[in-house]
Design a protein around this ligand. Sequence first.
Ligand code: GLY
Length: 373
Amino acid sequence: MTLNMDTVRVALGERSYEVRIGAGLLTEAGRHIAPMLPRPRVRIVTESTVAALHLKTLQDALATEGIASEALILPPGESTKAWPEFTRTVEWLLAEKVERRDLVIALGGGVIGDLVGFAAAVLRRGVGFIQIPTSLLAQVDSSVGGKTGINAPQGKNLIGAFHQPKLVLCDIDVLGTLTPRDFLAGYGEVVKYGLLGDAQFFEWLEENGPALPSGDGAARQTAVRRAVQMKAEIVARDETEQGDRALLNLGHTFCHALESATGYSSRLLHGEGVAIGCALAFELSSRLGLCSQEAPSRVRAHLHAMGMKTDLADIDSDLPSAEGLLDLMAQDKKVIDGRLRFILAHDIGKAFVTSDVPRETVLKLLDEALATH
Ligand code: GLY
């Protein structure tokens, strides 16, 4: 087994599972998975970009342990996460005679993990699945915690279910195949964890973050481990987002409006929107007198140091007016009784959920941010 592998347990009673994090895990996936199988066969769902890079490695690793595998290769991209490819996946798994005790493997980024997890949730009223996340974003966020689903014409992630995986394998080496832009977008979700609940982790990122894009494996593993630990703790406290889990949405209310305004296109990747959203959430907190003025400056300074998108001016696209952005925010899933919910902060590492935000303050903030655009 991989030396220096980290294991984080997601403690959810009989639905508990491990997230294993280390370099080279894909090449030994068979050894991790074999003990979990009632019979030596698995079905893998992936997408073509990931398949070209990693599918053979995974299938060879399974074969070494005598595990037979077949793979369904879907098209890459967000448009895969919708009914047509979902139907195709479920029908393929049925045609492959996947039984209730078999395990399905999701090999890919967030799109594949969310879609395959949802397919596993509904297939025969629930089969087990394993996440092998290949993007930084999927390793630190979407593969852990059991949120699964697809997009509807009415909005993102509106159709889905909570269905926890049986195991998550985060191979740090596969992060080396990401484009610099995809890596940095995933980093938006990493920095979110420091900002929402761990000032020391944020300090560590200020110091070590710049080494991450250039490929420092040990630092990458530390960052993924700490992010996953924080997510696991929050999910164990609040699996279905009745309370604390909403903290994971720091930056997301702004982000969803910006993603919607840019058509969920490559003009703004999700993690880029999260980073800009975190900067805006801290700015809003400071204007409401909830945190010091230094806090938003520090957040922005770190994002700048990482070469990340930080301000609305960094979005290469026309944006709606402040009123228009506020309307888009109001379509978010997090609206309750028509009131927007924000994740704000008393300081770096001290986030909280509130619906008590004056509309005028948000409008003024957005107006000023748009003026620089
Ligand atoms: N990505 C937010 C959550 O899992 O709750």
